[in-house]
Write a protein that binds this ligand. Structure first.
Ligand code: ATP
Ligand code: PRP
Length: 220
């Protein structure tokens, strides 16, 4: 357990934006109100109305890392991020049904994906989600060269960096705006509550009521 939380404090790791916003009602259901706004404050450790509960603001992809190492007791992360992380040291108790989207393969309008796959062409695939993409194409028996990107995946096929992308899609607006089409849905994605395995044992009395409140509120 990290020195930062050697006391009885609970640390929750969240990312700014949709995960923070969608977790607020769940925290409220557990009687916890975050008293600072990460969009207007530069602070990375936010207080709540409960002096024993604090929220740390980290990048979405870093949430599992903070929880795995016990620097945060629990956190909220997308299934996409958790699959890339691998889940080591994490207990994943509940699907919170927030930040819902899907992981998909997309190509430029005009690119004949089906034929390329059928003919056994080697595809260049740009993505932030290399593990998920690797597994998907391996299952299909499609040979791919994976190109790791950290954002703006939609650009890759437009400038010839790749034939296809693997990215999350919600409304499809980003694909449409960039002359791309979704050709395969890989899996549904939503965010999960993850808990550090040691914290779950040591701080169970404090964590359990919050986990249960999240569970009830996320089913509504
Ligand atoms: P980072 O800031 O580290 O690059 P990010 O930009 O992917 O991460 P967010 O955009 O806040 O972070 O996304 C957080 C999670 O929300 C993702 O891991 C995914 O599960 C989900 N998500 C991503 N895009 C959408 C979307 N358009 N609609 C709904 N959920 C989404
Ligand atoms: C995500 C994702 C896609 C977009 C898909 O981007 O990377 O680009 O959402 O959503 P849509 O199908 O509704 O258009 P996000 O909004 O998180 O921006 P970011 O990647 O810059 O954080």
């Amino acid at each position: 357990m990290s020195a930062f939380q050697a006391n009885s404090q609970l640390i929750l790791a969240l990312s700014k934006g949709r995960i923070f916003e969608d977790t607020l009602p769940l925290l409220e259901a557990a009687g916890i109100t975050v008293t600072e706004n990460p969009e207007t404050s530069r602070k990375l450790i936010l207080s709540t109305n409960d002096p024993d509960v604090r929220v740390i603001i980290v990048r979405a992809t870093d949430v599992p890392t903070y929880v795995q190492h016990g620097a945060a007791d629990f956190g909220v992360a997308g299934k996409d991020v958790l699959l890339e992380h691998g889940g080591e040291g994490l207990y994943q108790p509940i699907d919170l049904n927030i930040a819902a989207c899907r992981m998909s393969v997309a190509v430029r309008n005009g690119f004949d994906y089906e034929t390329a796959v059928r003919q056994g062409a080697r595809l260049r695939v740009a993505t932030k989600f290399v593990e998920t993409a690797r597994e998907h194409f391996a299952k299909k028996g499609v040979h791919v060269d994976l190109i790791k990107l950290y954002g703006s995946m939609e650009l890759a096929p437009l400038v010839g960096l790749s034939d296809a992308i693997v990215d999350v899609v919600s409304t499809g607006n980003t694909l449409r705006a960039n002359d791309l089409k979704e050709v395969e849905a890989i899996m549904d994605i939503s965010s999960r509550l993850i808990v550090n395995q040691a914290a779950l044992k040591i701080k169970r009395a404090r964590l359990q009521p919050i986990i249960e409140a999240f569970e009830r509120a996320s089913k509504k």
